[in-house]
Design a protein around this ligand. Structure first.
Ligand SMILES: NC(=O)C1=CN([C@@H]2O[C@H](COP(=O)(O)OP(=O)(O)OC[C@H]3O[C@@H](n4cnc5c(N)ncnc54)[C@H](O)[C@@H]3O)[C@@H](O)[C@H]2O)[C@@H](O)CC1
Ligand SMILES: Nc1ncnc2c1ncn2[C@@H]1O[C@H](COP(=O)(O)OP(=O)(O)O)[C@@H](O)[C@H]1O
Ligand SMILES: [K+]
Length: 512
């Protein structure tokens, strides 16, 4: 599914106008599609009473057109139009005349909410530009309150839930949670990240007659099963361990021994041929007892669990034999680890695929204009805090514009950037964007990031490109988490539980 920002949507609307497709035509198509969807929902629940909340903009116009169709098909339609005196175009005026029970007051709204089977939320769409207040806020809050007492009353959002920002997924406190969202023409990106994931319900897209040639420039898509299947590495029965890649993981320090175990195991569980863990000498025994299948590069130490300043040279002397380097999980941020990271990254063999994760990201963020020093493309995997440090922004600023910042900095830094968290976003240096529309508390626990980095390393080893390995890795990670949520529940799952699920979800994906 392609996804789009509100600015891009307006550009497409302008291009439609130039081709002679008017806004009124698009609105007519949109309203009809909403009506068809609503009628289907009513049939499923044996209902007939539709209550439409119609705002003063074009989103409200879509709602009014839907009302006209539904009424002509015999449904019982009532419409809350708080700004009934606002001048309207001819389509909307015609709808108002044809739509029957129209009212503007909150008292009547309360009466209609008492027996509505379906509420169509068409108060605000992509045009929301300020906090909700006054009658919009009260109407949405009243609807939400009634829904708490009448859960059988369903809510269908037109284009997006009113009060949700179409670009950022930020939501007004009064934003009405939908059971279904029918996004118009092309799905709005804000439905799939941040609060959009919890507020939009099941999202579908209505064809409103936008000519396909006007959508060819869209660079952002949701990660879905078919895409994931198409980029899964193929495994030949005649393969040997060299066929599936050699992955070097530079990870772990005295306080973070587990990171190396999780990342190394994850790389192997997605099918890497050979994984080598480069970690401080004194940790090797403990880690090797947990992953006997890996090989080891024990690094000389300055003290127990801290690699010394000659460690980078040793790593570099071996790296020529590898396809992939993952550097960062659990390294800590001492001067020694900073030297290890910077020296390795400054002297990489040509053609090596690189993932920079966790502490290595924090080490980079302390270097002014680090991306000019390290010009090669690499997968970067920041969570919110790491992204804020790298981008010199607050975590609030990053969270309030996840798509915008991920796209801006992937291009500026020339890196394949994964902005982690609910609704993870992946952007290539060229701006191509993937979004994984998943929120799952199972992943909100320590160590799951190490697993993700290892998964991506394992996929890169098998020949997947940086951008596709980043997207596929995020998807497999969340599929494994989803499987654990249904089996075990949403609390108490450990990052290491993800590991055995990985081959299972890969198998499932191949068989689907
Ligand atoms: N772009 C397109 O190609 C199409 C857009 N359509 C619909 O048009 C919508 C966008 O239309 P508009 O640009 O008119 O936007 P909206 O329908 O979201 O409404 C914008 C209006 O609401 C006001 N407003 C913004 N925030 C407010 C708030 N918090 N409280 C009260 N009023 C507020 C604005 O000042 C403006 O007058 C889309 O979401 C979609 O539903 C469809 O009609 C079909 C085609
Ligand atoms: N609520 C959530 N929904 C979906 N994914 C999440 C959620 N919380 C965390 N994640 C994912 O879990 C992983 C956590 O990574 P990170 O914060 O680096 O953890 P750690 O450093 O402990 O390994 C990331 O892949 C992130 O996208
Ligand atoms: K809406």
């Amino acid at each position: 599914m392609e996804i789009i920002s509100s600015v891009q949507m307006r550009q497409i609307e302008d291009a439609c106008l130039k081709q002679g497709i008017s806004t009124e035509t698009l609105m007519e198509n949109a309203g009809r599609a909403v009506a068809v969807f609503a009628r289907h929902l009513l049939e499923e629940q044996n209902g007939c009473r539709v209550l439409i909340l119609a705002g003063a903009g074009n989103n409200g116009g879509d709602g009014l057109v839907a009302g006209r169709y539904l009424r002509s098909w015999g449904e019982k339609v009532s419409i809350f139009v708080p700004f009934i005196d606002t001048p309207k175009g001819t389509t909307v005026q015609g709808c108002l005349e044809a739509s029957g029970d129209i009212f503007a007051g909150l008292a009547e709204l309360e009466e209609h909410l008492a027996d509505a089977d379906l509420v169509i939320d068409a108060l605000l769409g992509t045009g929301v530009n300020r906090p909700l207040e006054g009658i919009y806020k009260e109407a949405l809050q009243m609807t939400a309150n009634v829904r708490n007492t009448r859960p059988e009353m369903q809510v269908l959002a037109v284009d997006l839930p009113s009060g949700l920002n179409a670009d950022t997924g930020q939501a007004d406190d009064a934003c009405l949670k939908a059971d279904f969202t029918l996004s118009l023409g092309i799905a709005k990106q804000g439905l799939f990240t941040h609060r959009g994931l919890e507020l939009s319900g099941a999202v579908s897209v209505a064809d409103i007659g936008i000519p396909p040639e006007l959508t060819t420039d869209i660079q952002a898509v949701l990660i879905e099963k078919d895409w994931a299947k198409s980029v899964l590495p193929v495994r030949s029965p005649h393969a040997n361990k060299g066929s599936f890649g050699r992955v070097m993981i530079v990870a772990g320090s005295d306080r973070y021994i587990g990171a190396a175990i999780l990342a190394g195991s994850a790389a192997m569980r997605v099918g890497a041929g050979l994984v080598t863990l480069a970690l401080p000498k004194s940790l090797t025994g403990a880690v090797a007892s947990r992953i006997p299948e890996a090989t080891y590069l024990p690094l000389p130490e300055v003290s127990s669990g801290t690699a010394d300043n000659s460690a980078a040279r040793l790593v570099l002397s071996e790296l020529g034999k590898y396809d992939v380097l993952l550097i960062g999980p659990g390294l800590g941020q001492t001067g020694y680890s900073a030297r290890l990271v910077t020296e390795v990254l400054s002297n990489l063999p040509v053609g090596l695929k690189v993932i920079i994760d966790a502490d290595a990201l924090n080490i980079l963020s302390a270097i002014p204009d680090w991306w000019l020093e390290y010009k090669f493309d690499a997968v970067l995997t920041p969570h919110l805090g790491e992204m804020a440090r790298l981008a010199k922004a607050t975590t609030e600023a990053v969270q309030s514009d996840r798509f915008g910042l991920c796209q801006k900095f992937a291009c500026k830094w020339g890196k394949t950037l994964i902005l982690k968290g609910a609704g993870t976003i992946v952007t290539s240096p060229q701006g191509e964007t993937l979004c994984n529309p998943a929120a799952n508390p199972v992943l909100a626990s320590a160590g799951t990031g190490d697993v993700l980095a290892g998964i991506i390393g394992g996929l890169l080893g098998q020949g997947v490109s940086l951008f596709e390995a980043a997207g596929l890795g995020v998807y497999l990670h969340s599929l494994a988490a989803e499987a654990l949520r249904s089996e075990i529940g949403d609390a108490g799952v450990l990052a290491s539980d993800l590991l055995l699920k990985l081959p299972v979800v890969i198998k499932g994906l191949k068989q689907d």
